[in-house]
Design a protein around this ligand. Structure first.
Ligand code: KG4
Ligand code: ZN
Length: 363
């Protein structure tokens, strides 16, 4: 029975999830069980996540999901080494549900307890799936976050860029909504773009060559709205053409930003060891985006790592794994008085002092 077996719980947004992960002594990982219940149907009618409904739904299903995850894993609760739960960032009601459940189990079983940053879960997933070595560059693109992060080690992150307005997934969702497509918008926009005619509509590429490595997507969404209003009533073809223009524009923006980030990484660490560009978050499901990033990484001498789709979107295996990594690194456990945090940046220094990183001022 070597290594660590961790039970993970995730309830920060609209997925209720529980999982058991094994981290071997050599640092490799294995998912023993991974149960996810999406609340998509619950929120679809509202065109977005309704926090109160989300929290109530987490309450009603979490106990069952934890039992299922334990049963599927074949690990008895008595053989679990610690319990890890998302304690932020996210919707406060949902976080409280996960924390209460995790604390109750930890108390009843006298288990070590770890509050995990949801973003750290996304950031470390590539080590679970591909055993990626530090340091590596992470592009996190989800409904709530769009960040370029230097992952130096467990608990050691530098945020190199972030969105100055909408998250990329949010921009996909809002664009879909204004074009009358379903929720979540990302898959709907990607699907529609497949039959789009290139170059019928032209959109600017946000932040192109801006030295700050940040993103901006809200102007793009406004441009799509204005074009759609000018073309109303919209035919399916026009919707497809607008979706394609939007997707081409965000893809070009990501490509530009990532090219600059890879260059910065190379200057600092070199590329002799073929370092990794890792992509995570729900938007990483987008094939056009994946293909573009993969080509860019290859050109710059980087490996491209994209976890399987079920591990890109929200899940509890990534939370259990982050807990295991923290434990293996000797980081401290949390007390049962741990409070949820609706905001919790991975790189605390980046938000405390805008324009300054942990290691001093950034350009
Ligand atoms: O990581 P995630 O499951 O949830 C969090 O936000 O934490 O990401 C969900 C986001 C949604 O905004 C959704 O529209 C977007 O990921 N998404 C996509 C695609 N699939 C999901 N965006 C673009 N293309 C896709 N194929
Ligand atoms: Zn997420």
């Amino acid at each position: 029975m070597g290594g660590l077996r961790i039970l993970g719980i995730e309830t920060s947004c609209d997925e209720t999830a529980a999982a058991v992960v094994h981290r071997r002594e050599d640092g490799t990982g294995e998912i023993l069980s991974d149960v996810v219940l999406s609340q998509l149907d619950l929120h679809a009618a509202f065109g977005g996540v309704v926090p109160e409904l989300a929290a109530r739904s987490h309450v009603s299903v979490l106990d069952r999901l934890v039992s299922e995850a334990l049963a599927d894993s074949g690990v008895a609760l008595g053989d679990i080494d610690a319990i890890a739960v998302t304690s932020g960032p996210g919707l406060i009601g949902g976080l409280m549900v996960g924390l209460m459940t995790a604390k109750a189990i930890a108390m009843a079983m006298a288990l070590p307890f770890l509050g995990v940053n949801h973003l750290e879960g996304h950031a470390l997933t590539a080590r679970l799936t591909d055993n990626v070595a530090f340091p590596y560059l992470l592009l996190l693109v989800s409904g709530g976050h769009t960040q370029i992060v230097l992952v130096n080690g467990v608990g050691d992150y530098e945020r190199w860029g972030t969105t100055i307005d909408d998250a990329l997934g949010e921009a996909f969702d809002k664009t879909a909504k204004l074009l009358g497509l379903g929720y979540p918008g990302g898959p709907a926009v990607e699907q529609a773009a497949l039959s789009g005619v290139p170059r019928r509509f032209r959109l600017p590429v946000p932040m192109r060559r801006d030295p700050r490595l940040d993103f901006s997507f809200s102007g793009l969404k406004t441009a799509v709205r204005q074009m759609a209003e000018a073309e109303a009533p919209l035919s399916d073809q026009t919707i497809a053409d607008l979706c394609l223009a939007f997707q081409l524009s965000v893809t070009a923006s990501l490509d530009d930003r990532i090219a600059m980030a890879l260059e910065r990484f190379s200057q600092r660490f070199g590329t002799g060891s073929r370092p990794a560009l890792v992509v995570a978050g729900g938007v990483a499901a987008n094939k056009a985006i994946r293909t573009t990033l993969e080509a860019r990484a290859g050109k710059a001498g980087f490996r491209f790592i994209a976890p399987p789709l079920n591990l890109c979107t929200d899940n509890a295996a990534m939370i259990a794994w982050a807990g295991a990594e923290r434990m293996a690194a000797g980081l401290p456990f949390d007390g049962l008085d741990l409070a949820p945090r609706s905001r919790w940046p991975l790189d605390e220094a980046a938000t405390a002092l805008i324009g300054h990183g942990k290691r001093g001022a950034k350009a």
